[in-house]
Design a protein around this ligand. Structure first.
Ligand SMILES: CC(C)(COP(=O)(O)OP(=O)(O)OC[C@H]1O[C@@H](n2cnc3c(N)ncnc32)[C@H](O)[C@@H]1OP(=O)(O)O)[C@@H](O)C(=O)NCCC(=O)NCCS
Length: 142
């Protein structure tokens, strides 16, 4: 489990990610495929022992403060959580954005997901704003 790589996915790889993304044909799945096809979002998988066990997507966006990387679709296979994979994914995403000249990373998280919020805070993310009554945005300077 200590040997791993993080690879960029193509739309055809999405079916290999069923263990951590539902890939149940829901709108959310086809939305990610659609966003990847039009180049708006890149998706990555965390691989260990030949298995796809975690993933995330990232897109580069603009707001009034300039360009930022939007981080989404963050998930690790349930039986492998709490082993540091999520933290390695967050570090990889930050480095990927830094290399692309991006100075901030942003994500949305449900308020009722305290373990994810704790992980983001430990990783340097701070509350940015409410997105909906249920969801907040968090941001980290890179
Ligand atoms: C959120 C998620 C991606 C985190 O992935 P993960 O691989 O479990 O993340 P980590 O292992 O790096 O960190 C999680 C916890 O494990 C702990 N941990 C990390 N390495 C560890 C190790 N070697 N031994 C024991 N615990 C460890 C961390 O301290 C952290 O603890 P805390 O949350 O209680 O403070 C994962 O829980 C998940 O897929 N959740 C469902 C989907 C989801 O909620 N996604 C986020 C949407 S915004």
């Amino acid at each position: 489990m200590n040997t791993y790589e993080i690879i960029e996915l193509t739309v055809n790889d999405l079916r290999k990610c069923e263990s951590f993304w539902d890939n149940d044909g829901s709108d959310d799945d086809s939305r990610l495929a659609g966003l990847m096809k039009c180049g708006e979002r890149k998706a990555f998988a965390y691989m260990t022992g030949g298995d796809y066990v975690g993933g995330f997507a990232v897109s580069i966006r603009n707001n009034e403060s300039g360009k930022y990387g939007h981080f989404s679709y963050f998930s690790v296979r349930s039986d492998l959580r709490n082993n540091g994979i999520g933290s390695r994914i967050l570090d990889f995403a930050a480095e990927y954005l830094r290399k692309n000249g991006i100075k901030a990373m942003r994500l949305n998280v449900y308020k009722d997901n305290p373990s994810a919020i704790r992980l983001y805070e430990r990783n340097g993310f701070k509350y940015a704003e409410d997105i909906t009554p249920e969801k907040i945005a968090m941001i980290k300077a890179l």
